[in-house]
Design a protein around this ligand. Sequence first.
Ligand code: ACM
Length: 546
Amino acid sequence: MKKNKFFALLLALCALPMWAEGVLQVIPRPAVCQEGDGTFVFSKKVNVYTDAYPGDSIRLVFNRFAQKLQAAAGVQCKEAEAGKAALLLKLNSQLGPEAYTLQVTPKQVCIEAARPAGFFYALQTLQQLLPTRAVLAGQPVAKGTKLTLPAVSISDEPRFGWRGFMLDEGRHFFGKDEIKKLLDVMAAYKLNRFHWHLTEDQGWRIEIKKYPRLTEVGAWRNSKVLGWGEVKPDGQRYGGFYTQQDAREIVAYARERFIEIVPEVDIPGHSQAAVASYPEFLACDPQNAHEVWLWQGVSPDVINVSNPKAVEFAKDVVDELTDIFPFGYLHLGGDECPTNKWEQNADCQKQLAEIGSTKYRDLQIHFYRQLQDHIAAKPQAQQRKLIFWNEVLHGNTAPLGTDITIMAWVGADAAAKDAAQRGLRTILTPQIPYYINRRQSDLKSEPRSQGHGTETVEAVYNYVPMAGVDADLQKRYMGVQANFWTEWVEEPNVVEYLMFPRLAAVAEAGWTPQSLRKYNDFLNRLQKESEYYQLRGVDYGKHVIK
Ligand code: ACM
C-alpha cells in the first residue's frame, strides 16, 4: 500500500468514533456504545425468550413493549426457548439496579439486566434505535417502514439514582391525562421520579378525606390568571383537584414506567389555600377573613405551627398521603415561609421560648420534628423519609437528624454542599437553569412565561452537576431534577412547549457520564425528537429542533 494511502486509511479509522456523533439518536446518551455491522430486521413474528423473575416482572415489562410493537407495526412476539429466540431477555445479577446491556446483531437482540427497571430502560433505548419514533409514541408505523435496529453493543447505567421532574399543580391544574402524557415522555428519557407539587397558596389539589374543605374550598379560587404587576385577577372561577382514586391511578401508571411519585404538600408556608379552608385552627389570625390566594409571590398567611390542632391536621394529611403514595419519600416543602405572623402571635412566641430558641425559623423545624416522630411510630411499610427545600438550612436542622434530604434550588450548589457537609442527602434542582418554566429564548414567538430567555436549551444542558464537590461528599448527592412552576402558565400546551426539549437535557445530566456530555452531540441527537413530540402530541420549543 502506498504510504499516503495507508495514512489516509489510518486517519479514516481513527476518525470512526466509538459513537458516531448524532448517528444513534438515543437520549440520554448511553454510557458505552460500540456500533457494529449490519442491521437486525423485525419480521412479523418474533420469537422471544425471557428469564424467570419473581412476580413474572421481566415478562410483564416485555409484554407492555410487545403490545406497543403489535399495535404500532403488527409485529407478534411469541414465547420460545432461548435457543430458538431472536430476542432474549436474560438476567445478569452482576449489573446495577437500573443498568442493562443491549447487544444487537443481524441475527439476534440480547438484553441483560439484574432488575426489571434495567430491562425497561433497555427497551426504551431499543425503541429509540428504531428508524421511527412511532412505536415509542404508541402510534401506527407509516406504511412501508421497515423496522430495523442497527448492530450495536451498549452497556449502560445511570450516573444518578434520582432523575426527577417536578410539576407545580398548585398554581394551575392540568389533570390526569396531561400527567400521564408527561409521565410517558419522562419514561422515554429514563427519568424515574415525578415530584408532584400538590398544594400552594393558590390551590390545594389532593383530596384528604378527613378534611373535605381542603378541596371544597381550597381547590377553587376566583381567578384563572394569577395577578402580578399590572395584571389583575380575572374573576373567573378556577380550580380542580385529584381524588385519592385519581392519584392511585397515576401512581400505578407511573410505576409501570419505573417512575416513583414523590408527593409534596408545602407546609407551613405556601399554605394559604389550606388556611382559607380551615382558618379556625390553621390561621394565625382566625378572626380575619382568609381566601384562596389570587396573586403571585409568597403569601404571609402561613399555618399557625403552635396550634396543636394544626399539628394534628398535618399528621392526618401525612397519614392519608402515606396511604396513597407508596414511595419511601415525602416532600413537606419548607421554602419561602415568612415568619411575620408567628412573630406577632402569643402562642408562637411562647412555643419559641419553650423550645429554647430565639429564631422563628426553628418553630418550622419543631413542626417538622413532630411530623417526623409521628412517621417514625408507624409500621415499616409506612415509613417515609422527608425532603425539604433548602431554606430549612436557615434553621437548626439538628433536631431532624441526618436522615432527611435537601432539595437545593436557591444558591443551589452552595446549599447542596452545606447540606452534604451537615451529613444530609441532597438533590440538585438549581433555579438557574433547571427551572424549565422560564423562557427558553428571547424570540417573540415564545409564549408568556417568566425570565429573560437565558435558560436556553444549551444553558440547561451545560449545567454540570456536582462540579468541584469533594469525593467524600459526593455520596450524599442523590441526583438532579428539573422543576416547573406554573404561576405564569395556565395551559398544558405551554407547559409542554417550555418543558421540551429542556427536560431531555436534564435527563441526560442525570444519566450520562459527565465526560461524554457535549452540547453539539446532544443537539444532533435531539433532531429526531421532533418526530417523537409530534407523534406523542406534545408541544415543544422549536428553535433548536428543525
Ligand atoms: C421554590 O422555588 N420556591 C422551591
